[in-house]
Write a protein that binds this ligand. Structure first.
Ligand SMILES: Cc1cc2nc3c(=O)[nH]c(=O)nc-3n(C[C@H](O)[C@H](O)[C@H](O)COP(=O)(O)O)c2cc1C
Length: 192
């Protein structure tokens, strides 16, 4: 069975509206893919700082981090669920992605440039935003970053499911937005 990596960066966990949208969408893919879930809250994510870069440059990669990067590389599909934080993604997700961005694992290089080394032909990003900011707006730096990184890693087109204005809507409106986003996501994964 083909493999799907689900990166759960819903830091507020059970309180997360993003997670409420993502869970039924990922569940709908259960019969089609062997799903591996990485819940970032449960992972020990070191920051990529001086010593780690030095180690990496001498070919030393923590075996657990290498497994994460290889799982990213070998996934046939990737789903990322993350709220909109500080106009982008939560640092924990950036951190995880930095850790997985390893030369000759998720990307390669030649004498001119870098190119991707990942298998996934499709990636889905599920998010919710507090303010009324649409996907692709210049203030919305999550999608543009994930698109750039998926280019570096050679991952196919990124599709986005988003609910916005979540912090300025009534409880009923929030429920409505969650329901609409779930339906949008289910329509996408129907052919994912
Ligand atoms: C640490 C933090 C940073 C946030 N930064 C932004 C932001 O820059 N812009 C915005 O529109 N909403 C921001 N929000 C609001 C969230 O995007 C919004 O509440 C979202 O629905 C949270 O998703 P969740 O329910 O899955 O945790 C922030 C919330 C938190 C907790």
């Amino acid at each position: 069975m083909k493999k799907l990596l689900y990166i759960d960066a819903c830091i507020r966990d059970e309180e997360s509206r993003t997670k409420r949208i993502a869970e039924p969408i990922v569940k709908a893919l259960e019969g089609k893919y062997d799903i591996q879930r990485y819940t970032l809250n449960d992972m020990n994510l070191s920051i990529v700082q001086k010593d780690l870069v030095k180690e990496r440059n001498s070919g030393i990669i923590n075996p657990m981090v290498m497994t994460w990067a290889e799982t990213v590389r070998d996934a046939d599909r990737i789903v990322i669920a993350a709220p909109f934080w500080d106009m982008s993604i939560p640092a924990a997700l950036k951190n995880f992605l930095e850790l997985c961005s390893i030369l000759d694992v998720t990307f390669k290089t030649n004498d001119k440039t870098c190119y991707g080394n990942c298998r996934a032909e499709k990636m889905l990003f599920i998010t919710t935003r507090g303010m009324d900011i649409p996907t692709g707006d210049v203030r919305e730096q999550a999608t543009s970053y994930l698109k750039a990184l998926s280019w570096l890693w050679g991952i196919g087109p990124l599709q986005v499911v988003a609910a916005q204005n979540m912090d300025y809507a009534s409880a009923a409106e929030i429920e409505e937005k969650i329901g609409v986003a779930i339906q949008e996501g289910l329509a996408i994964v129907n052919d994912f």
